[in-house]
Write a protein that binds this ligand. Structure first.
Ligand SMILES: NC(=O)C1=CN([C@@H]2O[C@H](COP(=O)(O)OP(=O)(O)OC[C@H]3O[C@@H](n4cnc5c(N)ncnc54)[C@H](O)[C@@H]3O)[C@@H](O)[C@H]2O)C=CC1
Ligand SMILES: O=C([O-])CC(=O)C(=O)O
Length: 338
């Protein structure tokens, strides 16, 4: 009879060999940019990625040549502006950081006029060439760009809500880091659930659900919530016109992509925060919402409920919903009118 430990090693080996033998092509659209370059580098280090396809309207072949020298097994190819279809062909996961970033004084919504059409056009190509791909949207304003992708795919009759994700991981990364900074804990042991959307008041940290966070009250709580909601502004201000978060965002993108790849490879119990088509506030006209989501072989497997909220958090949700509804509707009507 096999010991429990032997069984565990056999099952780990099986899991390893099944994920190692999976062929997973990941495409990065906007790979030449501030987020795209470090994200590509981090994905090159991920063993679950077997092929990396780097596309940008500028500079992707150079980034690909550079990243391809990293001594991991995956293949890397770069594609120029007129090679989008080749870049997408066979991609199982597509990460989109294409588009302009903020400058000081701008809101994420101020990026809409430029980024909406970039995201719409990329989504149109994805719907045609890689309709079964899992799409991870980073381009801002996420609250509107995710609905744009959904509407484009709906029009093409290939929308599967299980495979579309707004990347809100950076909010959770920040929340954990900022709370740990106050409490003197290790961020790894200080998880914070953040729900809603990805801009200002739509970012709602649920500190009362955290063993460490529930001890933060009054003015300290207000300051912490504000810092989590407006963490992006800190970076925009510090970069002083040179863009917004790129390195912490690449870290967050690589983290979420890895969680998704693990789930697609059959690992059970992978739970990650992400902005998805969600039933949670549908009756109030809010079709997309970020919460913890259990990921599985088909993408979104189960959307977690919000859980218990404090009175203050109820108020944050009340402030979040109308803004989020407006942002979502703006994305949807952009597609219906274009
Ligand atoms: N979801 C989130 O948490 C975060 C989102 N962002 C957003 O990510 C986006 C990218 O930011 P950065 O990388 O700093 O900007 P960047 O300007 O450094 O890079 C953007 C890249 O997109 C490329 N691009 C433009 N149009 C394209 C198209 N049609 N197809 C392919 N590539 C195209 C550009 O050539 C450029 O290389 C911005 O919209 C920013 O607001 C930034 C930080 C966090
Ligand atoms: O603040 C920005 O414009 C970029 C972003 O989304 C973030 O850093 O969270």
């Amino acid at each position: 009879m096999l010991s429990r430990q032997t069984l565990r090693s056999v099952s780990a080996a099986r899991h390893f060999s099944s994920s190692a033998s999976r062929q997973t092509k990941v495409a990065v659209l906007g790979a030449g940019g501030g987020i795209g370059q470090p994200t590509s580098l981090l994905l090159k280090q991920n063993k679950l990625v077997t092929s990396l396809s780097l596309y940008d309207i500028r500079g992707a072949p150079g980034v690909a040549a550079d990243v391809s020298h990293v001594d991991t097994a995956s293949e890397v190819k770069g594609y120029a502006a007129d090679q989008l279809d080749q870049a997408l062909d066979g991609a199982e996961v597509i990460v989109i950081p294409a588009g302009v970033p903020r400058k000081p004084g701008m809101t994420r919504d101020d990026l809409f006029n430029t980024n909406a059409s970039i995201v719409r056009d990329l989504a149109t190509a994805i719907g045609r060439v890689a309709p079964k791909a899992h799409i991870l949207v980073i381009s801002n304003p996420v609250n509107s760009t995710v609905p744009i992708v959904a509407s484009v795919l709906e029009n093409l009759k290939v929308f599967d809500p299980r495979r579309l994700f707004g990347v809100t991981t950076l909010d959770v990364v920040r929340a954990s880091r900022f709370l740990a900074g106050i409490a003197g804990t290790d961020p790894a042991d200080t998880p914070v659930t953040v729900v809603g959307g990805h801009s200002g008041v739509t970012i709602v940290p649920l500190l009362s659900q955290s063993a460490v966070g529930k001890a933060v009250n009054g003015e300290a709580w207000e300051k912490l919530v504000y810092r989590i909601q407006y963490g992006g502004d800190e970076v925009v201000k510090a970069k002083d016109g040179a863009g917004s978060a790129t390195l912490s965002m690449a870290y967050a993108a690589a983290k979420f992509t890895n969680q998704l790849l693990r789930a697609l490879g059959g690992e059970k119990g992978v739970v990650a925060p992400t902005f998805v088509k969600s039933p949670l506030f549908e009756t109030q006209g809010v079709d997309f919402f970020s919460t913890n989501v259990e990921l599985g072989v088909n993408g979104v497997e189960k959307i977690h409920p919000l859980g218990p909220l404090s009175a203050e958090e109820e108020k944050l949700i009340e402030a979040c919903l109308p803004e989020l509804k407006k942002n979502i509707a703006k994305g949807q009507s952009f597609v219906s009118s274009s």
